[in-house]
Design a protein around this ligand. Sequence first.
Ligand code: NDP
Length: 340
Amino acid sequence: MSEQHLPSTGREWHLAARPDGWPVPEDFALVEAPVQAPGAGQILVRNEYLSVDPYMRGRMNDVKSYVPPFRLGAVMDGGAVGRVVASQAEGFAVGDAVLHGLGWREYATLDAAGAVKVDDSLPLRSYLGVLGMTGLTAYAGLLDVGGFKEGEAVFVSGAAGAVGSVVGQIAKLRGASLVVGSAGSPEKVRRLTEEFGFDAAFNYKDGPVAQQLAQAAPDGIDVYFDNVGGEHLEAAIGALRLHGRAVLCGAIAQYNETAPPTGPRNLALAIGKRLRLEGMLVGDHYALQPQFTAEVGGWLAEGRLTFEDTVVEGFDRTADAFLGLLRGENTGKMLVHVGG
Ligand code: NDP
Protein backbone atom coordinates (compact mmCIF):
# COMPACT_ATOMS: atom_id res chain seq x y z
CA MET A 1 0.00 0.00 0.00
CA SER A 2 1.26 3.48 -0.88
CA GLU A 3 0.11 6.43 1.15
CA GLN A 4 0.72 9.98 2.26
CA HIS A 5 -0.07 11.27 5.72
CA LEU A 6 -3.63 10.07 6.25
CA PRO A 7 -6.26 12.05 8.13
CA SER A 8 -8.25 10.30 10.86
CA THR A 9 -11.38 12.38 10.26
CA GLY A 10 -12.88 14.45 7.47
CA ARG A 11 -15.98 16.54 7.00
CA GLU A 12 -19.05 15.43 5.06
CA TRP A 13 -22.51 16.80 4.30
CA HIS A 14 -25.55 14.89 5.52
CA LEU A 15 -29.18 15.27 4.56
CA ALA A 16 -30.70 16.58 7.80
CA ALA A 17 -34.32 17.05 6.67
CA ARG A 18 -36.41 16.54 3.56
CA PRO A 19 -37.56 19.86 2.12
CA ASP A 20 -41.13 20.71 1.26
CA GLY A 21 -40.75 23.13 -1.64
CA TRP A 22 -37.55 25.18 -1.71
CA PRO A 23 -34.72 23.61 0.34
CA VAL A 24 -33.21 25.68 3.16
CA PRO A 25 -29.74 25.57 4.83
CA GLU A 26 -31.18 23.63 7.79
CA ASP A 27 -31.91 20.70 5.48
CA PHE A 28 -28.15 20.03 5.38
CA ALA A 29 -25.69 19.22 8.21
CA LEU A 30 -21.89 19.49 8.13
CA VAL A 31 -20.54 16.52 10.08
CA GLU A 32 -17.03 15.37 11.13
CA ALA A 33 -16.67 11.63 10.48
CA PRO A 34 -13.88 9.01 10.64
CA VAL A 35 -11.95 8.46 7.41
CA GLN A 36 -11.79 4.75 6.51
CA ALA A 37 -8.40 3.42 5.43
CA PRO A 38 -8.74 1.69 2.04
CA GLY A 39 -9.17 -2.09 2.02
CA ALA A 40 -8.02 -4.48 -0.70
CA GLY A 41 -8.90 -3.08 -4.13
CA GLN A 42 -9.79 0.30 -2.68
CA ILE A 43 -8.41 3.84 -2.83
CA LEU A 44 -8.68 6.84 -0.54
CA VAL A 45 -9.23 10.10 -2.42
CA ARG A 46 -8.92 13.66 -1.22
CA ASN A 47 -11.62 15.49 -3.17
CA GLU A 48 -10.64 18.75 -4.88
CA TYR A 49 -13.83 19.74 -6.72
CA LEU A 50 -17.40 18.70 -6.02
CA SER A 51 -20.33 18.91 -8.41
CA VAL A 52 -23.70 20.24 -7.31
CA ASP A 53 -26.47 19.45 -9.78
CA PRO A 54 -30.19 20.11 -10.19
CA TYR A 55 -31.02 16.36 -10.08
CA MET A 56 -29.87 16.32 -6.45
CA ARG A 57 -32.99 18.27 -5.54
CA GLY A 58 -35.08 15.26 -6.59
CA ARG A 59 -32.92 12.98 -4.46
CA MET A 60 -33.80 15.01 -1.37
CA ASN A 61 -37.40 13.76 -1.71
CA ASP A 62 -38.36 10.30 -0.51
CA VAL A 63 -39.72 9.18 -3.86
CA LYS A 64 -38.81 6.42 -6.27
CA SER A 65 -36.96 7.77 -9.29
CA TYR A 66 -34.19 6.83 -11.70
CA VAL A 67 -31.67 7.54 -8.90
CA PRO A 68 -32.42 6.49 -5.31
CA PRO A 69 -33.21 9.22 -2.76
CA PHE A 70 -30.52 10.47 -0.37
CA ARG A 71 -30.96 8.84 3.04
CA LEU A 72 -31.87 11.03 5.99
CA GLY A 73 -28.98 11.47 8.42
CA ALA A 74 -26.51 9.95 5.95
CA VAL A 75 -23.80 11.47 3.78
CA MET A 76 -24.96 12.71 0.37
CA ASP A 77 -23.14 11.88 -2.84
CA GLY A 78 -22.51 13.22 -6.32
CA GLY A 79 -19.75 13.77 -8.85
CA ALA A 80 -16.26 14.64 -7.55
CA VAL A 81 -12.68 14.83 -8.73
CA GLY A 82 -9.68 14.52 -6.50
CA ARG A 83 -6.34 12.84 -5.95
CA VAL A 84 -5.51 9.45 -4.53
CA VAL A 85 -3.85 9.78 -1.11
CA ALA A 86 -3.69 6.04 -0.31
CA SER A 87 -4.10 3.02 -2.56
CA GLN A 88 -4.60 -0.71 -2.11
CA ALA A 89 -5.63 -1.07 -5.74
CA GLU A 90 -3.56 -2.16 -8.68
CA GLY A 91 -3.14 0.57 -11.27
CA PHE A 92 -3.86 3.44 -8.85
CA ALA A 93 -0.97 5.31 -7.23
CA VAL A 94 -0.80 8.15 -4.75
CA GLY A 95 -1.16 11.41 -6.64
CA ASP A 96 -3.33 9.99 -9.45
CA ALA A 97 -6.25 12.23 -10.40
CA VAL A 98 -9.61 10.44 -10.37
CA LEU A 99 -13.27 11.10 -11.14
CA HIS A 100 -15.85 9.30 -9.01
CA GLY A 101 -19.29 9.51 -7.43
CA LEU A 102 -18.60 10.13 -3.73
CA GLY A 103 -18.88 13.90 -3.53
CA TRP A 104 -20.27 16.02 -0.67
CA ARG A 105 -17.26 14.89 1.46
CA GLU A 106 -13.62 15.89 1.83
CA TYR A 107 -12.26 12.32 1.75
CA ALA A 108 -13.76 9.34 -0.06
CA THR A 109 -12.84 5.68 0.39
CA LEU A 110 -14.08 3.62 -2.52
CA ASP A 111 -13.54 0.56 -4.66
CA ALA A 112 -11.14 1.49 -7.44
CA ALA A 113 -13.66 0.05 -9.91
CA GLY A 114 -15.89 3.03 -9.07
CA ALA A 115 -13.23 5.57 -10.05
CA VAL A 116 -11.90 6.65 -13.44
CA LYS A 117 -8.35 7.95 -13.78
CA VAL A 118 -8.25 11.28 -15.61
CA ASP A 119 -5.52 13.16 -17.43
CA ASP A 120 -4.45 16.00 -15.17
CA SER A 121 -2.91 18.04 -17.96
CA LEU A 122 -6.44 19.46 -18.26
CA PRO A 123 -8.02 21.35 -15.35
CA LEU A 124 -9.52 18.70 -13.07
CA ARG A 125 -12.78 20.57 -12.74
CA SER A 126 -13.50 20.23 -16.47
CA TYR A 127 -14.27 16.52 -15.87
CA LEU A 128 -17.32 17.60 -13.86
CA GLY A 129 -18.54 20.05 -16.50
CA VAL A 130 -17.77 20.55 -20.15
CA LEU A 131 -15.86 17.25 -20.55
CA GLY A 132 -17.97 15.43 -17.99
CA MET A 133 -21.56 14.46 -17.35
CA THR A 134 -23.10 17.81 -18.26
CA GLY A 135 -21.08 18.16 -21.47
CA LEU A 136 -22.06 14.65 -22.55
CA THR A 137 -25.70 15.44 -21.75
CA ALA A 138 -25.53 18.41 -24.11
CA TYR A 139 -23.79 16.44 -26.86
CA ALA A 140 -25.91 13.30 -26.70
CA GLY A 141 -29.12 15.23 -26.17
CA LEU A 142 -28.72 17.51 -29.14
CA LEU A 143 -27.20 15.08 -31.61
CA ASP A 144 -28.49 11.64 -30.63
CA VAL A 145 -31.87 12.32 -29.06
CA GLY A 146 -32.66 15.55 -30.87
CA GLY A 147 -31.30 14.30 -34.19
CA PHE A 148 -30.02 17.81 -34.92
CA LYS A 149 -28.88 18.36 -38.51
CA GLU A 150 -26.87 21.14 -40.13
CA GLY A 151 -29.02 24.08 -41.16
CA GLU A 152 -31.66 23.57 -38.46
CA ALA A 153 -32.84 26.16 -35.93
CA VAL A 154 -32.42 25.38 -32.24
CA PHE A 155 -33.91 26.81 -29.05
CA VAL A 156 -32.29 26.02 -25.68
CA SER A 157 -33.68 26.90 -22.24
CA GLY A 158 -31.45 27.16 -19.18
CA ALA A 159 -29.05 28.36 -21.85
CA ALA A 160 -26.45 29.98 -19.60
CA GLY A 161 -26.15 26.88 -17.43
CA ALA A 162 -23.75 23.94 -17.61
CA VAL A 163 -25.72 21.88 -20.13
CA GLY A 164 -27.41 24.74 -22.02
CA SER A 165 -24.27 26.77 -22.71
CA VAL A 166 -22.67 23.73 -24.32
CA VAL A 167 -25.79 22.76 -26.31
CA GLY A 168 -25.90 26.18 -27.98
CA GLN A 169 -22.24 26.13 -28.88
CA ILE A 170 -22.35 22.60 -30.29
CA ALA A 171 -25.35 23.57 -32.40
CA LYS A 172 -23.44 26.54 -33.85
CA LEU A 173 -20.29 24.49 -34.44
CA ARG A 174 -22.35 21.80 -36.21
CA GLY A 175 -23.89 24.38 -38.55
CA ALA A 176 -27.18 25.53 -37.03
CA SER A 177 -28.98 28.22 -39.00
CA LEU A 178 -30.17 29.86 -35.76
CA VAL A 179 -29.50 29.29 -32.07
CA VAL A 180 -31.72 31.00 -29.51
CA GLY A 181 -31.26 30.76 -25.75
CA SER A 182 -33.26 31.83 -22.72
CA ALA A 183 -31.88 32.63 -19.28
CA GLY A 184 -32.89 34.42 -16.12
CA SER A 185 -30.84 37.64 -15.95
CA PRO A 186 -29.77 40.47 -18.29
CA GLU A 187 -26.12 39.62 -17.66
CA LYS A 188 -26.63 35.97 -18.66
CA VAL A 189 -28.53 37.06 -21.77
CA ARG A 190 -25.68 39.38 -22.73
CA ARG A 191 -23.12 36.64 -22.26
CA LEU A 192 -25.09 34.18 -24.38
CA THR A 193 -24.72 36.29 -27.49
CA GLU A 194 -21.40 37.99 -26.72
CA GLU A 195 -19.43 35.08 -25.25
CA PHE A 196 -21.18 31.81 -26.09
CA GLY A 197 -22.00 32.70 -29.71
CA PHE A 198 -25.81 32.36 -29.60
CA ASP A 199 -27.57 34.28 -32.38
CA ALA A 200 -30.28 35.57 -30.06
CA ALA A 201 -31.19 35.37 -26.39
CA PHE A 202 -33.88 36.62 -24.05
CA ASN A 203 -34.65 36.85 -20.34
CA TYR A 204 -37.64 34.62 -19.60
CA LYS A 205 -38.49 36.85 -16.64
CA ASP A 206 -39.10 39.83 -18.97
CA GLY A 207 -42.38 38.57 -20.48
CA PRO A 208 -44.18 35.55 -21.92
CA VAL A 209 -41.73 33.00 -23.32
CA ALA A 210 -43.92 32.34 -26.39
CA GLN A 211 -43.84 36.01 -27.39
CA GLN A 212 -40.11 36.42 -26.84
CA LEU A 213 -39.37 33.18 -28.71
CA ALA A 214 -41.54 34.26 -31.65
CA GLN A 215 -39.53 37.49 -31.88
CA ALA A 216 -36.20 35.69 -31.73
CA ALA A 217 -37.20 32.88 -34.13
CA PRO A 218 -40.00 34.24 -36.32
CA ASP A 219 -39.77 31.29 -38.73
CA GLY A 220 -39.92 28.71 -35.94
CA ILE A 221 -37.47 26.11 -34.66
CA ASP A 222 -36.56 22.52 -35.52
CA VAL A 223 -35.10 21.36 -32.19
CA TYR A 224 -35.95 22.44 -28.66
CA PHE A 225 -33.54 21.41 -25.89
CA ASP A 226 -35.63 21.56 -22.72
CA ASN A 227 -33.89 22.11 -19.38
CA VAL A 228 -36.82 23.89 -17.78
CA GLY A 229 -40.28 22.46 -18.65
CA GLY A 230 -43.57 24.29 -18.03
CA GLU A 231 -44.07 27.55 -19.89
CA HIS A 232 -40.86 27.06 -21.87
CA LEU A 233 -41.97 23.68 -23.18
CA GLU A 234 -45.38 25.02 -24.11
CA ALA A 235 -43.81 27.92 -26.01
CA ALA A 236 -41.44 25.58 -27.82
CA ILE A 237 -44.25 23.21 -28.87
CA GLY A 238 -45.91 26.27 -30.41
CA ALA A 239 -42.73 27.29 -32.23
CA LEU A 240 -41.60 23.85 -33.47
CA ARG A 241 -41.94 23.28 -37.19
CA LEU A 242 -43.17 20.17 -38.98
CA HIS A 243 -41.25 17.09 -37.76
CA GLY A 244 -39.62 19.15 -35.00
CA ARG A 245 -38.08 17.47 -31.96
CA ALA A 246 -38.07 18.39 -28.27
CA VAL A 247 -35.34 16.87 -26.10
CA LEU A 248 -36.79 16.55 -22.59
CA CYS A 249 -33.63 16.81 -20.52
CA GLY A 250 -34.79 18.60 -17.36
CA ALA A 251 -37.69 20.48 -15.84
CA ILE A 252 -36.02 22.71 -13.28
CA ALA A 253 -38.99 25.14 -13.18
CA GLN A 254 -40.91 22.49 -11.26
CA TYR A 255 -38.26 20.90 -9.01
CA ASN A 256 -39.20 23.07 -6.01
CA GLU A 257 -42.92 23.32 -6.72
CA THR A 258 -45.35 21.59 -4.38
CA ALA A 259 -48.30 21.56 -6.81
CA PRO A 260 -48.22 19.59 -10.09
CA PRO A 261 -47.48 21.69 -13.21
CA THR A 262 -50.39 22.64 -15.47
CA GLY A 263 -48.64 22.77 -18.83
CA PRO A 264 -47.97 22.26 -21.63
CA ARG A 265 -51.55 22.96 -22.63
CA ASN A 266 -50.92 22.77 -26.38
CA LEU A 267 -49.66 19.20 -26.63
CA ALA A 268 -52.24 18.36 -29.30
CA LEU A 269 -50.19 20.50 -31.73
CA ALA A 270 -47.70 17.63 -31.73
CA ILE A 271 -50.15 15.55 -33.77
CA GLY A 272 -50.52 17.79 -36.80
CA LYS A 273 -46.89 18.88 -36.72
CA ARG A 274 -45.71 15.26 -36.28
CA LEU A 275 -43.46 16.35 -33.42
CA ARG A 276 -41.29 14.00 -31.40
CA LEU A 277 -40.87 14.74 -27.69
CA GLU A 278 -38.31 12.41 -26.15
CA GLY A 279 -37.01 12.15 -22.60
CA MET A 280 -33.34 11.46 -22.09
CA LEU A 281 -30.99 10.27 -19.36
CA VAL A 282 -27.31 10.82 -19.92
CA GLY A 283 -26.56 7.38 -18.45
CA ASP A 284 -27.97 5.77 -21.62
CA HIS A 285 -25.41 7.54 -23.79
CA TYR A 286 -21.99 6.63 -22.39
CA ALA A 287 -21.21 4.72 -25.60
CA LEU A 288 -20.84 8.17 -27.19
CA GLN A 289 -18.13 9.15 -24.69
CA PRO A 290 -15.09 8.56 -26.98
CA GLN A 291 -16.68 10.49 -29.87
CA PHE A 292 -17.79 13.23 -27.47
CA THR A 293 -14.36 13.54 -25.88
CA ALA A 294 -12.64 13.67 -29.27
CA GLU A 295 -14.99 16.22 -30.82
CA VAL A 296 -15.64 18.50 -27.84
CA GLY A 297 -12.04 18.12 -26.57
CA GLY A 298 -10.85 19.10 -30.06
CA TRP A 299 -13.04 22.22 -30.14
CA LEU A 300 -11.77 23.17 -26.69
CA ALA A 301 -8.15 22.71 -27.72
CA GLU A 302 -8.72 24.81 -30.86
CA GLY A 303 -10.41 27.53 -28.78
CA ARG A 304 -13.64 27.15 -30.78
CA LEU A 305 -15.72 26.13 -27.77
CA THR A 306 -15.61 28.06 -24.56
CA PHE A 307 -16.86 27.11 -21.13
CA GLU A 308 -17.37 28.73 -17.82
CA ASP A 309 -17.50 27.34 -14.31
CA THR A 310 -18.90 29.10 -11.29
CA VAL A 311 -16.61 27.94 -8.49
CA VAL A 312 -17.68 28.39 -4.87
CA GLU A 313 -14.65 28.37 -2.58
CA GLY A 314 -14.63 26.15 0.49
CA PHE A 315 -16.11 22.80 1.41
CA ASP A 316 -18.20 24.40 4.14
CA ARG A 317 -20.11 26.29 1.42
CA THR A 318 -21.26 23.20 -0.50
CA ALA A 319 -24.89 23.49 0.60
CA ASP A 320 -24.83 27.24 -0.25
CA ALA A 321 -23.51 26.39 -3.71
CA PHE A 322 -26.33 23.90 -4.25
CA LEU A 323 -28.99 26.37 -3.08
CA GLY A 324 -27.41 29.07 -5.26
CA LEU A 325 -27.60 26.76 -8.29
CA LEU A 326 -31.36 26.37 -7.81
CA ARG A 327 -31.69 30.17 -7.58
CA GLY A 328 -29.69 30.71 -10.78
CA GLU A 329 -26.49 32.10 -9.23
CA ASN A 330 -24.30 30.14 -11.66
CA THR A 331 -23.20 30.71 -15.21
CA GLY A 332 -21.93 27.44 -16.66
CA LYS A 333 -21.20 24.59 -14.26
CA MET A 334 -21.65 25.16 -10.53
CA LEU A 335 -18.76 23.62 -8.61
CA VAL A 336 -17.28 23.66 -5.13
CA HIS A 337 -13.52 23.93 -4.66
CA VAL A 338 -12.85 21.93 -1.51
CA GLY A 339 -9.74 23.97 -0.74
CA GLY A 340 -7.05 23.49 1.88
P1 NDP B 1 -27.62 24.64 -14.75
O1 NDP B 1 -26.17 24.92 -14.78
O2 NDP B 1 -28.46 25.00 -15.94
O3 NDP B 1 -28.20 25.33 -13.44
C1 NDP B 1 -29.53 25.44 -13.18
C2 NDP B 1 -30.10 26.72 -13.81
O4 NDP B 1 -31.51 26.58 -13.92
C3 NDP B 1 -29.92 27.95 -12.95
O5 NDP B 1 -28.67 28.56 -13.15
C4 NDP B 1 -31.08 28.85 -13.38
O6 NDP B 1 -30.64 29.76 -14.38
C5 NDP B 1 -32.07 27.87 -14.04
N1 NDP B 1 -33.37 27.91 -13.36
C6 NDP B 1 -33.63 27.76 -12.06
N2 NDP B 1 -34.96 27.88 -11.83
C7 NDP B 1 -35.54 28.12 -13.05
C8 NDP B 1 -36.89 28.33 -13.49
N3 NDP B 1 -37.91 28.32 -12.63
N4 NDP B 1 -37.09 28.56 -14.80
C9 NDP B 1 -36.07 28.58 -15.68
N5 NDP B 1 -34.78 28.37 -15.32
C10 NDP B 1 -34.53 28.14 -14.03
O7 NDP B 1 -27.85 23.09 -14.47
P2 NDP B 1 -27.41 21.91 -15.43
O8 NDP B 1 -26.91 22.46 -16.69
O9 NDP B 1 -26.58 20.97 -14.67
O10 NDP B 1 -28.80 21.18 -15.71
C11 NDP B 1 -29.74 21.76 -16.61
C12 NDP B 1 -30.97 20.86 -16.69
O11 NDP B 1 -30.60 19.60 -17.23
C13 NDP B 1 -31.61 20.59 -15.34
O12 NDP B 1 -33.00 20.57 -15.49
C14 NDP B 1 -31.09 19.19 -15.00
O13 NDP B 1 -31.95 18.51 -14.13
C15 NDP B 1 -31.02 18.57 -16.37
N6 NDP B 1 -30.05 17.48 -16.52
C16 NDP B 1 -30.54 16.31 -17.02
C17 NDP B 1 -29.71 15.27 -17.28
C18 NDP B 1 -30.28 14.02 -17.87
O14 NDP B 1 -29.58 13.03 -17.99
N7 NDP B 1 -31.55 14.06 -18.25
C19 NDP B 1 -28.26 15.34 -16.97
C20 NDP B 1 -27.84 16.64 -16.49
C21 NDP B 1 -28.72 17.67 -16.28
P3 NDP B 1 -31.44 31.11 -14.75
O15 NDP B 1 -30.70 32.22 -14.09
O16 NDP B 1 -31.37 31.14 -16.24
O17 NDP B 1 -32.84 30.97 -14.21
